[in-house]
Design a protein around this ligand. Structure first.
Ligand code: FAD
Length: 360
């Protein structure tokens, strides 16, 4: 599909006359060598041993060996190629609002693509992954484009919103996605830009195909919106935002809901029957209901607390560690499992943990 940006938001072929896009050699191994190679590139912010606590809303997380940030998709692809060829581990982050990073940090390279253009052509909107979801919501609301207004106040980037199919108040971003352009770094042939239609993205509640393919990095997306009245859309968005700000004060160091909710249709019928109908919202049973029954509200471990008004909201009240956070998460999963035999599943994503360590 033709891009609505003046220049397509895609990885450009290297132009030999332009040093800013000169391709870098991709042979390196070890952090120092990768650092040396990446240091030759223009347009890349490169940091060594950077505390990821500075990049997460929890304010938790030890250092990444290397941190690479660029607004240029071509540069990003080159950096990723270098990292992949080196054999170092890599992780791509957005705004860090849905991450639990280990206290020990991340042994490898943390990358962030900050390209953030948003453009519209009639009801069609194209957004680059580094734009914040709020910028996208505001952009559409101002232009009288209906369909994202209920997602106001969800923090983080547009790229991660697609990755996790973010949503609120009965709607999720999947409803608006026409197609998604992404960088496929899983092939031996090198990085390739690919595009998926909505159905190919396999969206589901807080799920997409990108969650199961970490080597696919979302670059941009095209959304189909509907015409609407800007004043009405703004009123809806403002009402939702003020409710959300009471529930999640902007300064709160948290990830929103830690656990996914349950789809009523997927709960065993005897269990679904136990849940009061007043607790069921838009076909979902909030995990908070189960958590409340097992005494989650107000739990505290070190600096980590469970909100006393919302059992699925865990925050860093000050000086919290990933160790305490994971310990509370695991304890809550265990309590719910022991009582009902159902597995709570984290909405939040882990960085820097071996899978077994998370469950220790
Ligand atoms: C106060 C608060 C309220 C929240 N409320 C909601 C809500 O109502 N509804 C909701 O759905 N979520 C909610 N969230 C969760 C969070 O905002 C979303 O998950 C958001 O989409 C994460 O965006 P991010 O840029 O911060 O991603 P990060 O936390 O940086 O990353 C999340 C995941 O996305 C991956 N990722 C990031 N960028 C890309 C990319 N370009 N390509 C591929 N993968 C990528 C990362 O590898 C990681 O696995 C809330 C969070 C907070 C703190």
């Amino acid at each position: 599909m033709k891009s609505v940006f003046e220049e397509p938001a895609q990885v450009r072929p290297p132009n030999p006359d332009e040093s800013a896009v000169r391709p870098l050699p991709v042979t390196a191994s070890g952090v120092s060598e990768v650092l040396e190679l990446l240091a030759q590139a223009d347009g890349i912010t490169l940091l060594r041993n950077v505390p990821l606590s500075h990049y997460t809303r929890f304010g938790i997380g030890g250092p990444a060996d290397l941190y690479v940030e660029t607004p240029d998709p071509a540069r990003f692809a080159e950096a990723l190629a270098i990292v992949r060829a080196s054999g170092l581990d890599s992780v791509v982050i957005g705004g860090g609002t849905n991450l639990i990073v280990a206290d020990e940090g991340f042994r490898g390279v943390c990358l962030k693509l900050t390209s953030n253009r948003i453009a519209a052509d009639g009801c069609r909107v194209e957004v680059e992954c580094g734009a914040s979801l709020q910028e996208l919501v505001d952009f559409t609301v101002q232009r009288g484009l209906k369909g994202l207004e209920t997602m106001t106040g969800i923090p983080g980037s547009a790229g991660a919103a697609i990755y996790g199919n973010a949503g609120a108040y009965g709607h999720s971003i999947q409803e608006r996605i026409r197609n998604v352009r992404f960088l496929d770094s899983s092939s031996d042939a090198g990085e390739a830009v690919r595009e998926f239609t909505n159905s190919e993205c396999r969206f589901h509640y807080r799920e997409s195909i990108f969650k199961r393919n970490k080597a696919w990095i979302i670059l941009s997306a095209v959304l189909d919106m509907e015409p609407g009245d800007p004043d009405q859309l703004r009123e809806t968005a403002d009402r939702i935002l003020s409710t959300r700000n009471r529930k999640y004060p902007p300064s709160m160091r948290c990830a929103g809901s830690i656990f996914k909710n349950f789809l009523l249709s997927e709960l065993p019928p005897h269990l679904a029957a136990e849940v009061p109908s007043t607790a069921i919202i838009e076909g979902k049973v909030p995990s908070a209901w189960f958590l409340e029954q097992v005494g989650a509200k107000g739990m505290k471990r070190g600096g980590i607390e469970v909100a006393d008004y919302h059992a699925n909201l865990i925050y860093n009240g000050g000086g919290g560690t990933a160790r305490d956070l994971v310990s509370i998460v695991n304890e809550l999963k265990e309590r719910v499992w022991q009582r009902w035999g159902i597995p709570l599943e984290e909405e939040v994503q882990y960085v820097g943990f071996a899978r077994s360590a998370r469950h220790a």
